[in-house]
Each structure stands twice: as structure tokens, then as C-alpha cells.
Design a protein around this ligand. Structure first.
Ligand SMILES: [Ca+2]
Ligand SMILES: [Ca+2]
Length: 370
């Protein structure tokens, strides 16, 4: 009797495997942004297919994988590639990655024929890695707007995402858009911060202009001691608005200090109490309106605006005789050139004016941090 029941169950199971379509979840996940704190020009993610109705056999034949995304992430052009490994035989992996307007496209690999498909049955909790892809912005970081990555599915117009299997010895489309998902796809949803800051040596208070635009780096430091650096961004400070937009792509929402660095200026921190920043938000911070905008009131009044102290030529956190002697050495020869640290006023020559700016600041001006 037991044997008969066992055989009956076996028959039922075999019959089920050939009559039912396999079911699956399709997931894009493991999003990572760039390789460093500052260069946000690359997004990588994985595509996984998970068989969900075993013991029904899932003999994978192929798939085309299509996404919609926000083209606002780039003004300079995008490159889309397949990188890394796949669990599929190489000939069956997706191919022909392509950016087409607001679509990312991966075309089907070779269909191997019934009986030669890839068996998805019995794979681990993640299912199978279909491929890893990389979206790179050409020549610049991404614009800090949400990526808005979504599966492109029917009933949108073709091409849409389609999954094929061998069922009962023939090829069948088994696509179920409701089981396609994306985990963490809004990777480009950072914090944007407009920082207004003046570099003393570059600031001409008579004309209320900076002598030139210059690059500044802002770090987000955790509010809690030891104030670990969580993210950083660089921007050009405009010579008229004294403002640059800093996009922080890695920092979670939280309370932060700003640490501001410029190549020949004293490092300056934002006011006590920190600043509350939330992902997806646009904020502003103005170091020019009051000494109290900096930690320890560490700003210099020039005209009616507050500036970062110029003259930390060697960037050791203090303006002292070492900085002065290097300015003095170059001023002696009127050394000329772009971006010389000793050229404090940015006129591309080191002379007595630069020495004067540094000399005025060399008594007891050092970094004041939380
Ligand atoms: Ca120094
Ligand atoms: Ca100069």
C-alpha cells in the first residue's frame, strides 16, 4: 500500500513538473556607487533570478532584461556594460548592453534548445546571478538626482523584460512582471549643499569679488566624537556668488559638521551644534555672514564679510613661520605660475602682497575643530 501511494505521488509530481510553468522572482540589487568617497561616476548592480515553485522544473532558456531610468543623472553621456560573473553558461548570459534614451537594455543570449537549458531548480536563497552590470557616467560624476531605476515591463511598449523557459519540451515565455523588483535602486539620492565661503586672500572687498574661482573640498564629519569623516565632495566656488554646490552621495541622513579645505587656506569647521541633513534634500550654509558660522569663530572679517584665513601653505593646520618662509623664498624670485600654494591672492605670481597676507595671520591662527 505504502509503495502504491509513493508511486502515485511520484507520478503526480512528474506530471506537475511538465504541466506547470516555473515561477520566479527577478531582482536587481547590491547597488554600489563608485569606488571612492569622491568619484561618483559609476553604479554597479546585480540581476538575480530566483526559482520560487520547486519542485516544478525551471529549465531556463533565456531572458531579455530592460530598465527605465532617469536620464537626468547625466549631462555628459553614459556607458552601460556587463561586468563580473554569471552563473549561466557564457553563451546563455545576456549580451549587447545598450543605453537607448531612457532605457537600459540587455539582449537575450543563445537559446540552447529543449533539454539543454540551465536548470534553476534547487539553487540557493539568492537564486542565480544572471549578470552584473555597470553604468558609468562619461567624464564627470553623476548629477545628484534619483536614478529612479525601474524594470521595463509589459504593457509598456517593446522592448520589455521577458523570461523564457523550456516547458514540456518547447520554448515558453513565462514572464510575470509582478515578481520583478528592485532593492535599493535609488542610489543617487544624496545630500546637496550650497556652501558660501570666502577665501581671504582671493577676496577683493572693494569690488566684492573673488580674484578667481577656486576649488574647495567639503567633508561631512559625524556630529559625535571622534567626528569621523562620512563623505566628501568638491566644488568650484564662484567668484561672484562665493557659492558652490556640494553633492554628498554616500552620507546617510544625520547631523554633521562641515570641514572645509582649500589648498592654501586654514581648514575651517562649521558652527557648534552641527547641521541636520537629510538624503534627497538641498541645503545651504553661509560662512560669510558671521564669525559664529565657524567653529571657534575661526573666520577673518574683511570689509563686511567673513573669510577663511589664508596662509596655511603647507596644510599642517597652523599658519606660522614655516608658511611665511616658503612664501618669502618664492617672493624673492617673483615665482610665477598657476595654483602655487604661496600665491595667496591668486594673481599667479608670488610677491610681497602674498607675504603681507600671510604675515598678518601668522600669530595664533590654527585649526579649531570640535
Ligand atoms: Ca602651516
Ligand atoms: Ca600673488
Amino acid at each position: 500500500m505504502k509503495t502504491i501511494i509513493a508511486i502515485a505521488l511520484l507520478m503526480a509530481s512528474v506530471s506537475t513538473s511538465f504541466s506547470q510553468n516555473p515561477a520566479y522572482n527577478l531582482v536587481a540589487k547590491n547597488f554600489t556607487l563608485g569606488d571612492s568617497l569622491t568619484l561618483h561616476d559609476m553604479i554597479k548592480f546585480d540581476i538575480y533570478l530566483i526559482h520560487t515553485n520547486a519542485p516544478t522544473v525551471f529549465e531556463y532558456a533565456g531572458g531579455q532584461y530592460m530598465f527605465n531610468f532617469n536620464t537626468g543623472i547625466s549631462t555628459t553621456g553614459l556607458e552601460f556594460k556587463i561586468v563580473g560573473n554569471t552563473d549561466l553558461p557564457a553563451s546563455m548570459a545576456p549580451r549587447g548592453p545598450q543605453v537607448s534614451g531612457s532605457q537600459l537594455r540587455l539582449a537575450v543570449g543563445t537559446f540552447p534548445g529543449p533539454g539543454n537549458g540551465f536548470l534553476m531548480t534547487g539553487n540557493g536563497p539568492n537564486g542565480n546571478l544572471i549578470c552584473q552590470v555597470r553604468l558609468r557616467n562619461v567624464g564627470a560624476p553623476f548629477v545628484n538626482v534619483p536614478l529612479n531605476l525601474q524594470w521595463r515591463n509589459a504593457p509598456e511598449s517593446n522592448p520589455v523584460t521577458k523570461i523564457f523557459a523550456y516547458v514540456g519540451g518547447s520554448t515558453a515565455e513565462i514572464t510575470t512582471p509582478s515578481t520583478h523588483s528592485i532593492e535599493g535602486g535609488n542610489v543617487l539620492n544624496g545630500i546637496s549643499l550650497d556652501v558660501r565661503v570666502l577665501i581671504e586672500g582671493l577676496y577683493n572687498n572693494l569690488f566684492n569679488l573673488m580674484n578667481r574661482k577656486d576649488n574647495v573640498k567639503v567633508y561631512l564629519a559625524d556630529f559625535n566624537s571622534p567626528n569621523a569623516i562620512v563623505d566628501s565632495a568638491s566644488a568650484v566656488i564662484d567668484s561672484i556668488t562665493f557659492t558652490g554646490r556640494f553633492n554628498f552621495m554616500n552620507a546617510p541622513s544625520g547631523i554633521y559638521f562641515l570641514k572645509v579645505k582649500h589648498f592654501n587656506t586654514l581648514e575651517t569647521w562649521s558652527k557648534p551644534g552641527g547641521i541636520s541633513l537629510t538624503q534627497g534634500g538641498l541645503y545651504s550654509y553661509d560662512f560669510t555672514t558671521s564669525a559664529a558660522q565657524a567653529f571657534g569663530d575661526n573666520l577673518k572679517l574683511k570689509g563686511n564679510k567673513y573669510c577663511m584665513w589664508s596662509g596655511d601653505v603647507n596644510q599642517d593646520g597652523i599658519i606660522d613661520g614655516t608658511d611665511l618662509s616658503s612664501i618669502d623664498n618664492l617672493a624673492y624670485n617673483f615665482t610665477a605660475g598657476a595654483d602655487i600654494p604661496e600665491d595667496l591672492n591668486g594673481d599667479s605670481i608670488v610677491d610681497g602682497i602674498d607675504f603681507l597676507i600671510g604675515d598678518n595671520n601668522r600669530t595664533y591662527h590654527y585649526v579649531i575643530a570640535p
